[in-house]
Ligand binder design. Structure first.
Ligand code: SF4
Length: 335
C-alpha cells in the first residue's frame, strides 16, 4: 500500500501589501532618524509579530494621543484616523507622522466629497474597526454604518436620490457585493463609489485563496485574529470549498489534528504578515510530511507607496546636515 502524496498549495499573492510595507517602514525609519522612543497610536498594522518586532526596536504602542508625552513623535497607523485625532496631536504639540495607507485616505476623501454635497453615506464595514472609526470621523453626521447584508433592513436615509455607498478596504468582496445588491433593491438610485474601495491587496489575496481552496482539505491562513483581511481569507477559503480553514499567528499554533487525513493543505497569509512567518509554517508542514510545495499565482503585484511626506522631509534634511558636516570635516580635518 502506498501513502497518499501530501502537498501544499501556496497562494500568491499573499502577505505584505504596499500600505503595510510603507507603514512598517515608516516606524523603522522614524526610529533610525529620531531615535527611540517613537510612539505609535494603535497597532501600526494588525499583526502581533510586527508589533512585537517594532516594540523590541523602541516603538511604544499607545491607544490614544493623551498617552504620548507632549512634544513627542507619534505615528498614526495604516488604518487611518479621524480628523479630530490630528487636532488632538496638534493640541499636545506632538509631531505626527501619518502612516495611513493611501488607499484608506482615498476613501476618506470620497467621504468628505460626498458629505460636502450633502449625501447620506452608507459605509459598509465592521463596527468598531479602526478604519471604520477613522472614515466615519470625516463626516459623522452623514455616515451610517452598514455591517453586512442583514443590516440593510435597518438603513434609513433622508433623500433616496442622494445616497452613496462606500466601504472599508478589507472586506469580503462577495459579501460586499451581496450587501450592495440588497441596498440597491431598497434604494434604486444608490450611487456607487468612483472606484473600488476594497483594495487591490484584499481582492487579490481573496482571488488566490479561492483558486486553491477547492483542491484543499485544509487551508492555513497566517494572520492575527484582529486582522480583518486575514479573517476574510479564512472565511473565503471555507466558502470556496476547503473542508476547514484556520487562522494562526505562528506555526507553533498549528494542531496535528487539523492535518489528520489531509492530503492537500492550502497556505496563505494576510496583508500584514511578513513572509518569514509563512516560511516557518512551510517548514512545519514539511516536517509533517507535506514535502511537495506548489505555488499558485493569480496576480503579479508591483504597487509601492512612498513614505509620508513629513518623514521624507526630515530624512532629506538629516542627509543634507550629514553631507555638510562631512564637507566641513574634509575642509578642516581634525589634527
Ligand atoms: S490592505 Fe489595502 S488598504 Fe489596507 S494597508 Fe494594505 S493596501 Fe492599504
Amino acid at each position: 500500500m502506498t501513502d497518499t502524496p501530501k502537498r501544499v498549495l501556496l497562494a500568491k499573492p499573499r502577505g505584505y501589501c504596499a500600505g503595510v510595507d510603507r507603514a512598517v517602514q515608516t516606524v523603522e525609519e522614524a526610529l533610525k532618524l529620531y531615535g527611540p522612543p517613537i510612539y505609535v497610536r494603535k497597532e501600526i498594522v494588525h499583526n502581533r509579530h510586527v508589533v512585537a518586532t517594532l516594540q523590541a526596536k523602541g516603538a511604544v504602542f499607545v491607544e490614544e494621543n493623551e498617552e504620548v508625552p507632549e512634544g513627542s513623535i507619534v505615528v498614526f497607523s495604516a488604518h487611518g484616523v479621524a480628523p479630530e485625532v490630528h487636532e488632538q496631536a496638534r493640541a499636545r504639540s506632538l509631531k505626527a507622522i501619518d502612516a495611513t495607507c493611501p488607499l484608506v485616505t482615498k476613501v476618506h476623501q470620497e467621504a468628505r466629497r460626498f458629505a460636502a454635497a450633502d449625501y447620506d453615506i452608507l459605509l459598509i464595514g465592521h463596527e468598531g474597526h479602526e478604519e471604520v472609526i477613522g472614515t466615519t470621523g470625516e463626516a459623522p453626521a452623514n455616515i451610517q454604518l452598514v455591517d453586512g447584508p442583514d443590516a440593510v433592513d435597518k438603513v434609513t436615509v433622508r433623500d433616496p436620490s442622494k445616497v452613496v455607498w462606500l466601504s472599508q478596504t478589507t472586506l469580503s468582496v462577495d459579501e460586499t457585493l451581496e450587501t450592495v445588491d440588497r441596498l440597491k433593491r431598497k434604494l434604486p438610485l444608490l450611487v456607487s463609489p468612483p472606484s473600488d474601495d476594497i483594495c487591490y491587496a484584499t481582492s487579490n489575496r481573496q482571488d488566490a485563496v479561492k483558486t486553491i481552496a477547492p483542491s484543499c482539505d485544509v487551508v492555513i491562513v497566517v494572520g492575527s485574529q484582529n486582522s480583518s483581511n486575514s479573517q476574510r481569507l479564512r472565511e473565503v477559503a471555507v466558502d470556496a470549498g476547503a473542508r476547514a480553514a484556520y487562522l494562526v499567528d505562528y506555526a507553533s499554533e498549528i494542531r496535528d489534528e487539523w492535518l489528520e487525513g489531509a492530503s492537500t493543505v492550502g497556505l496563505t497569509s494576510g496583508a500584514s504578515v511578513p513572509d518569514e512567518l509563512v516560511m516557518e509554517v512551510l517548514d512545519l508542514l514539511t516536517e509533517r510530511g507535506f514535502g511537495e510545495v506548489a505555488e499558485v499565482s493569480t496576480a503579479d503585484e508591483k504597487l509601492t507607496f512612498s513614505l509620508p511626506q513629513e518623514l521624507k522631509r526630515d530624512m532629506k534634511a538629516a542627509k543634507a546636515t550629514r553631507a555638510g558636516e562631512a564637507a566641513a570635516l574634509a575642509a578642516h580635518p581634525l589634527s
